[in-house]
Design a binder for this molecule. Structure first.
Ligand code: PEP
Length: 248
């Protein structure tokens, strides 16, 4: 099964709307590559200007979070319809920073995943273990639980189009990348988990990214692994390095 690679930048809480447009204009020519899906996941306030700046390019725009209700008294939250109306195609859900600092649970992530699908937004559902869990040897048990709960009630057709980002927490923003073998082992484990929940065909279609200190130098080895279908990139997505990653 040839899966199209997907390289997504996660800008996190960086870039004012003005800086976001400047960065987009700088990166546009560097990330032109029709052979991969290129996504900029940007802060909510940057979505509209970045979508406009990306018109006519291969770049699609994603959000970094979304609420699971349609509308109403949820001060400060962003609804799925707001995102689609603004031109969003993808949404990062359950990033470890949201789980750690904002208390998001697997159940919250599942509600968001279901709501994203309802609105034809492709979820990029993040999972990943802490260093402590890795050292205890419970990495795969922990991640399987994140995936199983995250995908509760997701239909087989929806699952085929989903993106899962495997991001070991100890590798995020630390400059410490998982080795290609470590990353492949878990991404394969996630694919096997999807095969158990659904079937092998679905598992072969779903795209699984690796994230955690990906840069222009280590991307090639990571993306050469059979079960790694691209990357979710934090720090390096704010730099020209992102162009190198897209052309690994
Ligand atoms: C991330 O935040 O999703 C991430 C992978 O960050 P970094 O690439 O900076 O480790």
């Amino acid at each position: 099964m040839m899966r199209k690679k997907i390289i997504a930048g996660n800008w996190k809480m960086n870039m004012t709307p003005t800086a976001a447009v400047e960065l987009t204009n700088t990166l546009k020519p560097l990330v032109a590559n029709e052979e991969v899906d290129v996504v900029f996941c940007v802060p909510a306030i940057d979505i509209i200007p970045v979508v406009k700046a990306c018109e006519g390019t291969n770049i699609q725009v994603g959000a970094e979070n979304m609420y699971f209700e349609e509308s109403g008294a949820y001060t400060g939250e962003i609804s799925p319809e707001m995102l689609t109306d603004a031109g969003v195609k993808y949404v990062v859900l359950g990033h470890s920073e949201r789980r750690e600092y904002f208390g998001e649970t697997n159940e919250d992530v599942n509600k968001k995943v279901l709501k994203a699908f309802e609105h034809n937004i492709t979820p990029i559902m993040c999972c990943g273990e802490t260093l402590d869990q890795r050292e205890q040897g419970i990495t795969m048990d922990f991640i399987r639980q994140q995936v199983k709960v995250g995908f509760l009630n997701v239909t087989v057709d929806q699952a085929k189009t989903a993106i899962i980002a495997y991001e070991p927490i100890w590798a995020i923003g630390t400059g410490k990348t998982a080795t290609a073998d470590q990353a492949e082992e878990v991404c394969k484990g996630i694919r096997d988990c999807i095969a158990e929940i659904y079937d092998r065909d679905t598992a072969e279609q779903i795209r699984i990214q690796y994230g955690g200190s990906v840069n222009g130098k280590n991307a090639a080895e990571l993306f050469a692994q059979p079960d790694i279908d691209g990357g979710l990139v934090g720090g390096a997505s704010l730099k020209e390095d992102f162009g190198e990653i897209v052309h690994w």
